[in-house]
Design a protein around this ligand. Structure first.
Ligand SMILES: [Zn+2]
Length: 340
């Protein structure tokens, strides 16, 4: 087995991946057709063109366009199933999948019916591949704290299916502080806490989600590189970083993979994980992410294995399940490292 084959075979976890951002081109074309939309997208090549992003703002506008092509709740079953099937093909054993429910609720889709469809997709994928998955809800910064609190009321209806809450969207226009009461309430409900931060904004945005939201994990956290005190604080508090390297390159947050701060985060001993964010939009997948780390940033197979271990340690599952998963991946890793 060569190193690249070993990287694909390496067991993995995905903690930061958006359901809609995994949509297969064929499925998207089908939904555009099913919804009766008149567009210029006729082929997978047309979609590849659409997904050439000029900057972070452009990415957000394309993302919103794709949201508009989802027209009924049952479509989420196929989306979740296909996403997990693709993850499983890359030896992902466990995934926490992010669902930006408010984007679709504002277009008239019903929260519980969407979550139930996702649940069906997860169960089908588990039966077929053995992969496990949990759902996290992105409350979306751009709709404000009041809307987030309303979504939390819906989450109460499906607490068995949801492990955590998150805020994605514009850090610049919608800072974290007003979401404090929402996160406090979410914690009371037993939900885990995550926030996208330090992706399109500086370190202060990361300090904010730590201070005001008391997050357990940070989505991206890229700009922490500019603040040594912050990196030290993140390390001391055991807060995990959900790094999404290729996403940051594609949206122009970092200039190239060789300049991605994940290398320094890792060397400083931060609890760093690797994730693919929106693989369909960014022409990536979790194995590519690991491969780039190996090829461009000098991560050895052993380093990549410890990235998987970090993912398990910071997953929102029981301690018993973590122990089981750690033993399983150790066994697989020993098999792989013996042959590569
Ligand atoms: Zn994300």
């Amino acid at each position: 087995m060569n190193t690249h084959e070993a990287i694909i075979a390496l067991p993995k976890v995905e903690l930061h991946i958006h359901i809609l951002g995994t949509i297969r081109p064929r499925t998207l074309l089908h939904y555009i057709d099913e919804g009766g939309f008149e567009t210029s997208y006729k082929s997978e090549a047309d979609l590849a063109q659409l997904f050439q992003f000029q900057d972070f703002g452009h990415f957000i506008s394309v993302y919103s366009e794709v949201v508009s092509y989802i027209t009924n709740e049952r479509q989420f079953e196929r989306l979740a199933f296909e996403m997990l099937e693709d993850l499983s093909a890359n030896n992902v054993r466990y995934a926490e999948i992010s669902f930006s429910a408010p984007d679709h609720m504002r277009r008239g889709l019903e929260f519980c019916a969407m979550v139930d469809a996702i649940d069906r997709g997860i169960r089908r994928a588990h039966r077929k591949t053995g992969i496990d998955a949990d759902v996290r809800i992105d409350l979306v910064r751009n709709y404000g704290a009041e809307s987030a609190m309303e979504v939390l009321d819906w989450i109460r209806e499906r607490l068995d299916s949801i492990v955590s809450v998150d805020i994605g969207g514009s850090e610049h226009e919608f800072p974290a502080k007003p979401f404090g009461p929402v996160y406090k309430e979410a914690r009371k409900l037993g939900l885990h806490l995550v926030a996208h931060a330090g992706e399109a904004e500086g370190p202060e945005s990361i300090w904010d989600v730590i201070r005001f939201l008391e997050v357990e994990r940070i989505g991206h956290g890229t700009s922490a590189i500019n603040d040594p005190k912050l990196m030290e604080h993140i390390k001391e508090r055991g807060i995990a970083i959900e790094s999404c390297p290729m996403s940051n390159v594609r949206t122009g947050v970092v200039a190239s993979i060789s300049e991605h701060p994940i290398r320094e985060f890792y060397d400083r001993g931060l609890l760093v994980t690797v994730n693919s964010d929106d693989p369909a939009f960014f022409d990536t997948n979790i194995s590519f992410e690991y491969t780039h780390l190996h090829d461009k940033l000098g991560f050895s197979l052993t380093d990549l294995y410890s990235i998987t271990q970090n993912g398990i340690k910071s997953a929102f599952v029981s301690e018993t399940k973590k122990e089981t998963m750690l033993l399983e991946v150790e066994e697989s890793y020993n098999g792989i490292s013996g042959t590569s």
